[in-house]
Design a protein around this ligand. Structure first.
Ligand code: SP5
Ligand code: ZN
Length: 340
């Protein structure tokens, strides 16, 4: 088997919210450090040999993607929580063009679009490190490594230019794409197979033709983020025609999913990017506690195989997946497929 280098962030465990808020109630925080540990355990068990902690500082590339005000807010808020156990959640959401955040409570609402994405003391450092890990992966791609896996946490694809949401703070895959564009790439494609629409990645590149975004996800009619991911969102201005969404109904399984994958791959091939970045979410699995689709563990191998068959250098960036008991197997199944 071809070797896939794995990079992981050192500081992900610093991000440890105790709960999220759903329908006004506290709910266990699904996006846990245990996810990383399960994946790591399975990678080691299966003989992945090149597993290294990332040492890349994400900040310079995060600044290319996210607004300075937003970065400053997250840093300041994490510092404000410090070692306290109470996390920061938004309360009011300023929405008019003349709205001004002169108070910290209003500011929270300006930068946080849901109640699933609390800020704790370690959130800023963990999020910077996670984006740095994606850049570390992109650097290997740039050095002609054909297949790389960045085990990022917290995830990134719901983070917009100046908004956090969906367990995401900085958009790791967008930061990696920006690194590659800043280092000679002319065209980068992002394929997102997380269960949820990658609204953050779509937002960041919506007006830009040099990044193609293709996402397959549960329809926003039934699943988070609920407000985007429809087929008619196709890009704007120069970016028109470079954004593709494939929303799926509840309960889709391997076979039906695969026909949509083949359509998505045709679009990626036609674009012919210098690099292919993959937002890999395993919350499409049949056992996922917040899922809606019915993909099986062996299917991820087939998915990896057809993605790799396109022949581009591929950086896979970890997004969601909450069935911790099968998460490691699902990741390994996919990575095995890539090497075939
Ligand atoms: C990266 C990623 O996969 N983010 C997913 C964000 C989804 N957040 C909202 C999920 C709310 C789940 N709570 C349902 C509780 C039912 N008891
Ligand atoms: Zn997801």
């Amino acid at each position: 088997m071809k070797e896939i280098p794995v990079r992981y962030p050192e500081k992900s465990s610093l991000h440890n919210p105790r709960y999220e808020i759903y329908c006004g109630e506290r709910d266990n925080y699904a996006e846990t450090q245990e996810r990383i540990e399960r994946i790591m355990g399975e990678l080691k068990r299966c003989g992945f040999a090149d597993i290294q902690v990332s040492t890349v500082d994400g900040i310079p590339w995060i600044e290319q993607v996210h607004d300075a005000d937003y970065i400053g807010f997250l840093k300041k808020s994490s510092e404000a929580v410090g070692t306290a156990v109470e996390a920061i959640f938004p309360n009011v959401h300023p929405y008019n063009s003349y709205s001004r955040a002169t108070n910290i409570v209003a500011e929270r609402g300006m930068f946080m679009y849901d109640t699933h994405t609390p800020i704790v003391g370690g959130t800023f450092d963990a999020a910077v490190d996670s984006a740095g890990c994606a850049v570390a992966g992109a650097m290997l791609l740039k050095e002609d490594e054909p297949l790389v896996y960045a085990l990022t946490r917290p995830p990134g694809h719901h983070a917009e230019r100046s908004m956090m949401g969906g367990y995401c703070y900085f958009n790791n895959i967008a930061v990696a794409a920006e690194y590659l564009l800043g280092n000679g790439a002319k065209k980068v494609a992002i394929f997102d197979f997380d269960l949820h629409h990658g609204n953050g990645t779509q937002d960041i590149f919506y007006r830009r033709p040099e990044v193609l975004f293709v996402s397959i996800h549960a329809s926003p009619k039934i699943k988070f983020p609920y407000f985007s991911g429809y087929k008619d969102e196709q890009g704007q201005g120069e970016g028109l025609g470079y954004n593709f969404n494939f929303p799926l109904p509840q309960g889709v399984g391997d076979e039906e999913y695969h026909t949509v994958v083949k359509e998505a791959l045709k679009i990626l091939k036609h674009y012919n990017p210098d690099y292919l970045l993959v937002s890999a979410g395993f919350d499409t699995h049949e056992k996922d506690p917040i899922g809606a689709l019915k993909l099986t563990t062996p299917y991820y191998r087939e998915l990896g195989r057809v993605i790799a068959s396109l022949g581009y250098p591929i950086l896979t960036v970890q997004e969601g997946g909450y069935a911790t008991d099968v998460l490691g197997e699902n990741v390994v199944s996919y990575l095995r497929g890539l090497t075939e």
